[in-house]
Design a protein around this ligand. Structure first.
Ligand SMILES: Nc1nc2c(c(=O)[nH]1)N[C@H]1C(S)=C(S)[C@@H](COP(=O)(O)O)O[C@H]1N2
Ligand SMILES: [Mo]
Length: 437
């Protein structure tokens, strides 16, 4: 008989989770209660323990009053989940606290929504603390009537709410030619997904009255870097939102409170935080962030500018780097797929290094320019294996390998827009490692 092992039999989140294993001792009671739940939920496919072993003693918490409630506080996650947090990369060493990346633990995220406290962060000059009562947004340049809005003004307009991923164009950039990141949080954690609420910028541009010659729009932030980007007018008139809320609450200061630009499917860098100014023009500005940075080197020595779209990509989040498989048996391979050009049409999974591919199941909802979960059940026989996923989007674009990308553009050094297929190796003893090269 195959030795069946399933995540729910050893811990609620993941039996492979290194962070969780570290502090396993403290959590014996949690594991015991999970054992029962797991067996009950998955009895047919993954019996965790025979019914006789699941005899449930009355727990101590049944015999006493619980902790006093805090009826008027902001709710926080369980103290037993404190290992689930954003992290810096281990690959790049950083000695200051103003410009950095703070990465989402995507391997610990069930469903498609990233909680606000775990949403990735990228700052160029720290976080300003802006009082919304004093904040103003100005629209000027090639418009009939320049306009100035307070936050109260903005919140009187009809808002939209959409689920969309956001990804930094630098996501995965440490791992083009060599395996550097040890976990999927480090290799793919500049990626998150939220329901964004705000006012379509087209509403405000229409009100200001666009000059017929208008072609580009500047978005500028109120932070110490005065971060700014030029965006084509078409993107503004179709789906750009001036977001003030995500996942049902106002933005956190770190994500741009009280107002940011959000451009579905485009690189995080154009989603200017702490937005204070929108200027309309007939040409782009060619700012530092559009010449020295956020451009892509091409083989002919030229640099590609304004490569805003985050193309179709996917990654297996479980099992992934740093995890351990606990012996041969049935494993649920899962991960995320997404595309800045539309929705995810299909995801294939290989467990033999790309010799054969199997179509994975997509977990609903499958939304436009949104994280989409995929799942594939795998019988691990115990030998060395190489697992990877490959996504196809609604335009029929197929996620490329790094070798495919290298045929079109430069891929060594800290180059952006790495959407290549990302393999993990599984060794005979169950250790999972980055296998990009
Ligand atoms: N004003 C301002 N906007 C900004 C940035 C910044 O440093 N300042 N960083 C950009 C980058 S590179 C990214 S990837 C996203 C990150 O947004 P987040 O921190 O909410 O995840 O914001 C963009 N907008
Ligand atoms: Mo970014």
């Amino acid at each position: 008989m195959t030795h069946l092992v399933h995540p729910v039999s050893k811990g609620i989140c993941s039996q492979y989770d290194a962070d969780r294993l570290e502090s396993e001792q403290r959590r014996t009671f949690l594991r015991n209660s999970a054992l029962f739940t797991g067996a009950a939920l998955t009895a047919s496919a993954f019996s965790a323990a025979p019914a006789s072993a699941a005899k449930l003693a009355v727990s101590q918490s049944n015999k006493e009053m619980g902790r006093e409630i805090e009826p008027e506080a902001y709710g926080m996650p369980s103290k037993f989940e404190s290992h689930v947090k954003r992290r810096r990369t281990d690959v790049l060493k950083n000695k200051q606290h103003w410009s950095d990346w703070s990465m989402t633990p995507i391997h610990q995220q069930p469903g498609i929504v990233t909680p606000n406290g775990l949403f990735y962060e990228r700052h160029h000059a720290g976080t300003p603390d802006i009082n919304p009562d004093e904040h103003a947004l100005v629209i000027h340049g090639m418009v009939k009537q320049p306009l100035k809005f307070s936050m109260n003004d903005l919140m009187r307009y009809r808002a939209v709410s959409n689920f969309n991923f956001m990804e930094c164009s630098g996501n995965t950039l440490t791992d083009w030619q060599q395996a550097k990141a040890t976990t999927v949080q480090q290799s793919h954690g500049l990626l998150s997904c939220a329901q964004w609420t705000g006012v379509p910028v087209s509403t405000l541009l229409d009100e200001a009255g666009l000059d017929p010659a208008a072609k580009w729009v500047l978005f500028e932030g109120a932070d110490g870097s005065a971060h700014a980007r030029s965006v084509p007018i078409e993107k503004c008139m179709t789906d750009t939102v001036l977001a003030y809320a995500m996942n049902g609450e106002m933005l956190r200061p770190e994500n741009g409170y009280p107002l940011r630009a959000f451009m579905p499917g485009w690189e995080g860098n154009v989603c200017v935080k702490w937005l204070r100014r929108i200027k309309v023009s007939d040409k782009p500005w060619h700012l530092r962030s559009e010449t020295a940075r956020y451009t892509d080197p091409m083989p002919d020595g030229k640099w590609r500018q304004f490569s805003m779209i985050m193309e179709c990509k996917s990654v297996i989040t479980r099992p992934s780097g740093g995890m351990m498989l606990q012996g041969p048996g049935t494993y649920e391979i899962e991960g995320f797929a997404w595309s800045g050009n539309g929705s995810v049409k299909a995801v294939d999974v290989t467990t033999d290094g790309g010799v054969t591919w199997h179509q994975a199941d997509l977990e609903g909802p499958v939304l436009d320019r949104c994280l989409t979960r995929f799942r594939h059940t795998w019988e691990w026989k115990g030998g060395p294996a190489k697992i990877a996923s490959r996504a196809v989007d609604s335009t029929n674009y197929v996620q490329p390998t790094v070798a495919d990308i290298a045929k079109q553009r430069f891929t060594s050094g800290f180059v952006q827009h790495h959407n290549g297929i990302f393999p993990w190796s599984v060794s005979e003893n169950g250790e999972v490692k980055n296998a990009i090269a």
